[in-house]
Write a protein that binds this ligand. Structure first.
Ligand SMILES: C[S@@+](CC[C@H](N)C(=O)[O-])C[C@H]1O[C@@H](n2cnc3c(N)ncnc32)[C@H](O)[C@@H]1O
Length: 280
C-alpha cells in the first residue's frame, strides 16, 4: 500500500467522527510516530510504500480514534513545555493552558526557591519547573498510579523531584515552601455537558470534577495547608475555573493574600491567579 492510499483510507474512515482539519493533524502526528515521516517530508512522501505492520498500526489507531480515545493516550506520550511526558489514563493529559502557568512562574520567580506542586498528575508542572532554574521541587498527589507516572516522567527528563503520596485534605508537613502551585480539580458537574466525550470517557474523574455546591473545595484545603507551610511573603499560584475568578480573588483576599494577579490564558479567559501571603 502507498502512503497516499493509507491517507485516503484514514480520512474517509474518521470523517464521521472528526472534522477534516483534525484528521489531517492526527495523521501527521501518527506518521511522525509510526513511520518517522516528518510533516514537511509527508508532503512529498505519497508514493512511499507502507508495510503490513505499519498499516496495522494505523488500523488499530483508527479503531481507538473512532471510540474517541485521546491521541495522547494512543501514543502514550505528549509534549509539554518542551519536554516529553508519558501519558496514561492514570492522569490528566497536560493542557497548553497549564504550560502558560509554568511559563508565568519561571519568568516571575527568582532561582533557588522551594516549591510544592499539589495534584501533580503526570508531573507536568513539577517536572517542568525542576527542569528550569534551580528550583527545589516537591510534588504531591493522592493517586498512587498518577504518582508512578510522574516519577517515570521525572526520570526520563532527568530531573529531581521529591514525590509525596497524600490527600491534601489530610496532609500535614513541617516543611516550609517559598511557593505553592496547584492545578486542582475545578470542573463543576454542571459543566460536564459542555465537555467532549474524549475527556469524559477517558480522563480520570478524580482529576477533574468538584461538586456544584462547593467548587472551591480544593483551593480552600490548599490555602489551609499553606497557612503553616508557606513562608511569609511566599507566593501561591493556581490554575482556576474561568467562571469563578471573582470568587477565587475573594478567597485569596479573605485568607490574607495581597498583590493578587488574575491572568488570562491564550483564549482570553481568566485562567490563573497568584498572590503573596501577607505578614501575619
Ligand atoms: C486537574 S489534575 C492536574 C494534574 C496536573 N498537575 C496538570 O496540571 O495536568 C488534578 C490532580 O489532583 C489530584 N487530586 C485529586 N484529589 C486530590 C487530593 N484529595 N489530594 C491530592 N491530590 C488530589 C488528581 O489525582 C490529579 O492528578
Amino acid at each position: 500500500m502507498k502512503l497516499k492510499d493509507l491517507k485516503k483510507d484514514f480520512i474517509s474512515k474518521l470523517a464521521i467522527t472528526y472534522p477534516n482539519e483534525e484528521i489531517l493533524s492526527i495523521f501527521k502526528i501518527l506518521c511522525k510516530d509510526y513511520l518517522n515521516v516528518s510533516p514537511t517530508k509527508l508532503l512529498l512522501a505519497g508514493e512511499e510504500l507502507i508495510n503490513k505492520k505499519q498499516a496495522d498500526m494505523f488500523s488499530k489507531a483508527i479503531i481507538r480514534l473512532l471510540n474517541e480515545e485521546p491521541i495522547q493516550y494512543i501514543l502514550k506520550t505528549t509534549s509539554f513545555y518542551g519536554l516529553e511526558f508519558i501519558c496514561t489514563p492514570s492522569a490528566l493529559i497536560p493542557r497548553s493552558e497549564t504550560e502558560e502557568l509554568v511559563d508565568w512562574i519561571i519568568k516571575s520567580e527568582r532561582n533557588k526557591i522551594s516549591i510544592l506542586d499539589i495534584g501533580t498528575g503526570t508531573g507536568c508542572i513539577s517536572v517542568s519547573l525542576a527542569n528550569h532554574n534551580s528550583f527545589e521541587v516537591d510534588a504531591l498527589d493522592v493517586s498512587s498510579s498518577a504518582l508512578d507516572l510522574a516519577k517515570q516522567n521525572a526520570k526520563i527528563n532527568k530531573v529531581d523531584v521529591n514525590f509525596i503520596e497524600a490527600d491534601i485534605f489530610e496532609y500535614k508537613s513541617n516543611k516550609k515552601y517559598d511557593l505553592i502551585v496547584s492545578n486542582p480539580p475545578y470542573v463543576r458537574n454542571l459543566e460536564k455537558k459542555k465537555m467532549q466525550n474524549n475527556v469524559l470517557n477517558f480522563e480520570p474523574e478524580l482529576a477533574l470534577f468538584v461538586e456544584d455546591d462547593d467548587p472551591l473545595v480544593f483551593y480552600r484545603a490548599i490555602l489551609k495547608f499553606a497557612h503553616n507551610t508557606l513562608v511569609e511573603k511566599g507566593k501561591i499560584y493556581f490554575e482556576i475555573n474561568e467562571c469563578l475568578y471573582t470568587e477565587m480573588k475573594a478567597l485569596l483576599i479573605s485568607n490574607g493574600y495581597v498583590d493578587i494577579w488574575l491572568k488570562k490564558d491564550f483564549f482570553g479567559k481568566y485562567r490563573f491567579i497568584s498572590g503573596i501571603k501577607a505578614d501575619s
